[in-house]
Design a protein around this ligand. Structure first.
Ligand SMILES: [Zn+2]
Ligand SMILES: [Zn+2]
Length: 463
């Protein structure tokens, strides 16, 4: 039986782990109850804050920010604030413009950043608090994504989604009464973000096998507890009971702590996030309002798990032929001067448009598709093939995860959120170029099966 981790035991934790690293988190206080916002002034005082800077958007202001302002005023707490204007339909992008607005309104004498929100507003506040050297408190408005208490911020720079170091919140205030009134699509997005862990944890283990990448079983165990919490709550969320909202929120918080322990998003983000980021970038390029993060991750998860399900029954590749091909390409001359690099670069310019230079620069640095690197991985994949198939067989059936999301009324196919067939095809082939992070997509490319797996996914998810 796996150990179950509880949020309370991990608050402000710092310990030497069996994996050889020391894990710690700044996140040390959590007020999760009906009417929790009433306790914000007392909490801020306890944390030594004399003048908070409160960040909202028009949606989160309406849902909770107005209440935060009222409570602070009533308690006589002086504060400054900024309210970003939400688009009619969708979420504010966490990009240079939004961050600029938040920074420009930031008065230097504020000694604490308080975000009232869930996704973008949280990322912006977390990053500002980090660069401004202030502490950070989060008033969570809905359990819609898992990044709530993590120590990284996902921001868009030059139209590319990048993970930046940031401050995890010192404290989290989650008003369960308020959160239970969140739109259903936000609750199902939270579930989608966590169900994605089935995939990304497998990606992480896969990379540990193939590349010898660092892996921590304790962090994985915390993530598994987050999944268990979420599964416990998922079927009951439509009743909007505070106890189920609390269970889901605890799952999201556990996931954030695990990320904070890892110091990066590896335990929380794999191919399901990469393809979701790829879709989001196309929305940005086309000027279409963003779809909730967890909603896209849920769709990506159903698709990527389908690939693992296929991998579980895949025949052993012809490694001799694959290695001979890679060796011949490696011997033919410098990778970046090769015709295949030129062809790949042209594809990046088409599929990534304005963000192509950053993707190309990443590949020049990471060399993940270079024949010499591929050859080395093929040796490793060949050696571990049986274990890889076994790992794939342990992932849940894509259809089961799809059923859970559908039960919540969440979209499970890209076209349900307005992603066209071409973007789905390109996402399957090229989402892996967004990061130097090994996933199922890179493995399938390594063994020469990505193109035909793309056809399979297109048939099931984009026809
Ligand atoms: Zn560890
Ligand atoms: Zn996520």
């Amino acid at each position: 039986m796996e150990r179950e981790f509880k949020t309370e035991e991990l608050l402000g934790a710092s310990f030497d782990c069996g994996c050889g690293r020391t894990h710690s988190t700044r996140f040390s206080r959590m007020i999760m109850e009906d009417g929790a916002v009433e306790k914000l002034p007392g909490l801020l005082k306890e944390l030594g804050c004399s003048r908070p800077y409160v960040i909202c958007d028009t949606n989160t202001y309406e849902a909770c920010g107005a209440e935060v302002f009222r409570v602070l005023e009533k308690a006589g707490v002086a504060f400054d604030s900024v309210i970003l204007k939400s688009p009619e339909d969708g979420d504010i992008p966490a990009d240079e413009l939004s961050l600029g607005r938040v920074c420009m309104a930031f008065p230097k004498d504020c000694d604490m950043v308080v975000s009232v929100g869930a996704g973008t507003i949280n990322d912006l506040g977390r990053y500002l608090s980090y660069i401004a050297g202030r502490d950070f408190v989060l008033v969570l408005t809905s359990p819609s994504m898992d990044g709530a208490v993590s120590g990284v911020a996902c921001l868009i720079q030059n139209q590319l989604k990048i993970t930046f170091p940031a401050h995890a919140p010192l404290a989290l205030v989650a008003d369960l009464g308020m959160m239970s009134r969140s739109p259903m699509k936000m609750l199902s997005a939270g579930v989608g973000d966590i169900l994605g862990k089935y995939n990304c944890l497998t990606d992480w283990r896969l990379s540990a096998m193939v590349n010898g990448e660092y892996f921590c079983p304790t962090i994985e165990g915390i993530m598994r507890s987050a999944i268990d919490k979420t599964m416990e709550a998922a079927g009951k969320l439509s009743q909007r009971r505070e106890e189920d909202i609390k269970t889901l929120t605890e799952g999201l918080v556990l996931s954030g702590i695990a990320m904070d322990f890892a110091g990066n998003s590896r335990p929380a983000s794999g191919a399901e996030h990469h393809i979701s980021h790829y879709f989001e970038m196309q929305f940005l390029f086309d000027g279409i309002p963003a779809v909730l993060h967890g909603t896209k991750v849920g769709i990506g998860t159903v698709m990527m798990l389908r690939l693992y399900n296929e991998l579980a029954k895949m025949e052993r590749p012809d490694f001799a032929a694959l290695k001979a091909d890679a060796a011949a390409k490696a011997a033919a001359g410098p990778y970046e001067e090769s015709p295949q690099f030129a062809a790949w670069k042209a594809e990046m310019e088409r599929a990534y448009r304005g963000a192509a230079p950053m993707v190309t620069a990443l590949e020049r640095k990471a060399q993940k598709n270079a024949p010499a690197r591929l050859l080395k991985r093929l040796e490793s994949i060949e050696k571990h093939w049986d274990d890889i198939v076994c790992l794939a067989a342990q992932t849940p059936a894509s259809g089961a995860i799809r059923g859970i999301l559908e039960g919540l009324g969440a979209p499970v196919r890209p076209d349900q959120v307005g992603v066209c067939r071409q973007y789905v095809a390109d996402g399957i082939l090229y989402a892996k170029e967004l990061r130097d992070r090994y996933t199922i997509l890179q493995l399938l490319w390594d063994i020469g099966r990505l193109a035909d797996m793309k056809e399979l996914l297109l048939k099931e998810f984009a026809e």
